[in-house]
Design a protein around this ligand. Sequence first.
Ligand code: HGY
Ligand code: MN
Ligand code: MN
Length: 414
Amino acid sequence: MSTISPVRERFDAELTHLATLTDSTRPGWTRRALSEEDIAGRDFARSLMRQAGLTTRVDGAGNVIGVLPGRLGGRQIMLGSHTDTVDGGGRFDGITGVLGAIEVVRLLRENDIRLDHDLVIVVFFNEEPNDFGFFCLGSRAMTGLVDRSTLAATDSTGRTLAQALPDSGIDPEEFLTSGFDFTNVTAFLELHIEQGPELERGGAQIGVVETITGINHFRALFTGRQDHAGTTSMSVRADAGCAAAGTVLAVESIAESGTNTRGTSGQIRFTPEAVNVVSENAVVEGEFRGPDGSWLHEAARRLTEAAGQEADRRGVTMEIEWTTDDAPVPLNQPITATITEAAAELGLSRSRMFSGAGHDAGIIAAKTQVGMIFVPSVDGRSHCPEEFTALDDVLPGISVLLETVLRLDGSLRH
Ligand code: HGY
Ligand code: MN
Ligand code: MN
């Protein structure tokens, strides 16, 4: 068993510094992918990796990759998470896993522990949803899940992703060919805050994730007719805004029909946006989540039908696009068992978890064995400025990450 403790002061200092690399015009701690702050955040993480002794590079999809060579060479254990945030987000989502992984490297080196495996640390590009309808873009590129249709996706101004990527130093052609060779990756681990209330409620220090939620994202476009708000009678309108609003309510009622299912319409836009004009165009973007892939498909079917009905009865046209269709991901039993043993060995209380949040780990799971370690979130809050996990709760997560790496390094030899 390892009795090595993570160093509180440096985690604290790095977390505090990253929190300054944010958009000061937005609430909370905002570092959205494709922004200058996001470039600065990944640069800072890269500088920490270099200081920790890793050889670093940035791949064609903006993922920062650092390598600590192992004794045997060839086989790899990968750790990682993200540094981008949602608009008005917090300081811990993703960042905990990035700083935690770098701390593991430092602890190994300071204690003269040489793994058999190469340890590969990844700061994934663009984990949170971007304006082009995608999330987990860096991990999708690494696992070969991007193509020309990804690059052709547009934001609300009509700009394509291909046009936006160069501002973040990413060449669109290289983005398409930045697949990572996972042949020798024997396991991937991600430390993360829970972002929900279960660990705190149950008094457990460590969450061992068993399944990551499935997520379907949609973008529905409604086209009606622009008219005067006072002179156009209700019976002759083609109000795109009302069709969109009906769709928002349909998302809510469909999500309420399942078990542990969720539906959210986080974005709606009317054009023109004026108090005395009937909307000609409206766009709703939202998502369904849940542990059951067949329910997610049924929810998508039902919403497509409901949005069509909301449009038809108002003389509005509707187009819906399902931009992401990620099935729920069960995580690997040998890895979750190792995480559980590591936490037990360290005397930490633990709980098996379902993750209602999506993670790069869920994408990487298509390529290698994956495990996730959760630490508690105060009041279960996340994706908001109040998101908080005390360092006393983060550090045990780093210890479990280290202990799991040591155990996997021993058990996953050739
Ligand atoms: O949206 C999510 O679940 C994640 O936090 N990106
Ligand atoms: Mn998030
Ligand atoms: Mn996250």
